[in-house]
Design a protein around this ligand. Structure first.
Ligand code: NCD
Length: 308
């Protein structure tokens, strides 16, 4: 069995470990159906969030509590933790590791999770590091694809929206290289196209990808449309650029007509206006089910780093 300690980036997972995580995740679905377990009794998880979050923080906290553990938390850590007084992230981590058995970190800077993991003696789980990565989201995304479509080898996925700043698509692209015959289609406004580092990694790992402009044409060929939000917070005062990128690709009923019957629409959420709410009642709209899978994935990760 591969051991799991820090969760920093999607490239750290090999196929065997992914299979194992998903098996534990499946068990966690059973555990939730009987209102939890006490395997993490007396363990404490700290959630340190320097950027806004609903799903990631609450699902991690719910996951810990469902397994019998406890939670200490600081949301808005930029304003409410000692970071506001000028404390470095490294110092904060050195303190929090004395109070908790695992640290879940969301930070506004890329690379911050790796930095935290370098100084921490307890596991650090990256819950999003700026425009870098969001590996636990990618795990729940891949778990969702497996559950909804029934396979991962041979899967074709359209990644749509902000592919330059979206950390979820970056991590998902890395994870999908672990499967065979995967095809990726990138559909992004000019200013936020997929970055070279990911494309190079895909090429090196023999994953087929192409960049396309016509969403409807792409949608006809894929099993999954993975829509994303234009990441306004990464544009700073470039409001014109943001406005130019926004609204370019919307998943609406017309897109759904082009999508095959067995395909799915996913989105890490939150959405702004890039999926028309009229799509929500379509059985192929998987994004709310996807978010619920986050609870099971995070229970599995906590179990594996703390109780295994
Ligand atoms: C994403 C994130 O924070 O990167 N949200 C999430 O964790 N589900 C996506 C986003 O904010 O657009």
């Amino acid at each position: 069995m591969d051991s799991l300690f820090h969760v920093v980036e999607a490239q750290q997972f090999n196929r065997e470990l992914l299979t194992e995580i998903f098996a534990v995740t499946k068990e966690m679905e059973e555990v939730v159906s009987v209102y939890g377990s006490s395997i993490l009794n007396r363990r404490i998880m700290a959630t340190l969030f320097y950027e806004p979050s609903t799903r990631t923080r609450l699902s991690f906290e719910s996951a810990m509590i469902r397994l019998g553990g406890s939670v200490v938390t600081t949301e808005s850590a930029r304003e409410f933790s000692s970071a506001a007084k000028g404390e470095t992230l490294e110092d904060t981590i050195r303190i929090v590791e004395g109070y908790a058995d695992v640290i879940v970190l969301r930070h506004y800077e890329g690379g911050s999770a790796r930095l935290a993991a370098e100084v921490a003696s307890v596991p650090v789980l990256n819950a999003g590091d700026g425009p870098g990565q969001h590996p636990t989201q990618a795990l729940l995304d891949v778990y969702t694809i497996q559950k909804e479509i029934g396979r991962l080898d041979g899967i074709s996925v359209a990644m749509v929206g902000d592919l330059a700043n979206g950390r979820t698509v970056r991590s998902l692209a890395y994870l999908l290289t672990r499967y065979k015959d995967v095809k990726l289609y990138f559909v992004a406004p000019e200013l936020v196209r997929m970055k070279a580092d990911i494309k190079e990694y895909l090429s090196r790992n023999g994953v087929y990808f192409e960049e396309q402009e016509d969403l409807i044409e792409v949608v006809r060929q894929v099993d999954v449309v993975y829509q994303t939000r234009i990441q306004r917070e990464r544009f700073g005062d470039r409001t014109k650029d943001y406005e130019a990128a926004r609204g370019r690709y919307i998943v609406d009923t017309k897109v759904m007509e082009a999508l095959s019957e067995n395909a799915r629409v996913m989105h890490p959420l939150p959405r702004v206006d890039e999926i028309d709410p009229a799509v929500d009642t379509d059985p192929r709209a998987a994004y709310f089910r996807q978010a619920h899978n986050g609870l099971y994935i995070r229970m599995a990760l906590l179990k594996m780093v703390l109780a295994a």
